[in-house]
Design a protein around this ligand. Structure first.
Ligand SMILES: [Fe+2]
Length: 170
């Protein structure tokens, strides 16, 4: 996990003001009870066996968010998910991202959040040591990480974030 940029307070508040206009839905994932989400542009089918870009469904259209993500992320942005922890401070439990996504993923963090990551060092084997790493994000960080390693987020109430992925082609 790497912090690649820190946004200024004025940019953070402009994005939050804009995100407040986006209609949010209940997250259906068992890993993220009560979290609110919205896919921007298209929504990938999480367990698609065919090209996830071709089989993606049309989602909420937002040219400003899309442009901003494309400018800020160091990879081709195919999928964008906006999340909101709400008053119940709902985050996401330990998980790996589904096969629609390439390993390099990015998050624009717009509030307070503890982000956990587990990585195995060296060559993968069932008994190789798994290192758990926690980072405390305070707002405005743009992070990249390997989304195929287990990760989780424990946000404060009312924390918003924008998550970006490249399509794996599957
Ligand atoms: Fe994830």
């Amino acid at each position: 996990m790497k912090i690649i940029k820190n946004l200024s307070p004025s940019v953070i508040s402009q994005i939050i003001t804009h995100l407040q206009t986006i209609p949010m839905k209940e997250d259906k994932s068992n890993y993220a009870r009560n979290r609110k989400i919205q896919w921007i542009g298209v929504e990938p089918q999480l367990f698609a066996t065919q090209d996830t870009l071709k089989t993606a469904k049309k989602a909420y259209q937002d040219a400003r968010i899309t442009k901003f993500c494309e400018l800020i992320m160091p990879f081709k942005v195919d999928f964008i998910l906006v999340t909101y922890s709400g008053e119940q401070a709902s985050g996401i439990n330990w998980h790996r991202d589904a096969s629609y996504a390439k390993a390099l993923a990015g998050t624009i963090n717009l509030g307070k959040c503890s982000f956990g990551m587990r990585e195995r060092s060296g060559t993968y084997s069932p008994d190789s040591e798994e290192k758990e790493q926690w980072i405390t994000l305070t707002g405005g960080e743009v992070v990249t990480f390997d989304c195929k390693h287990p990760h989780c987020a424990i946000p404060d109430p009312n924390r918003r974030a924008i998550h970006c992925w490249s399509s794996s082609g599957k």
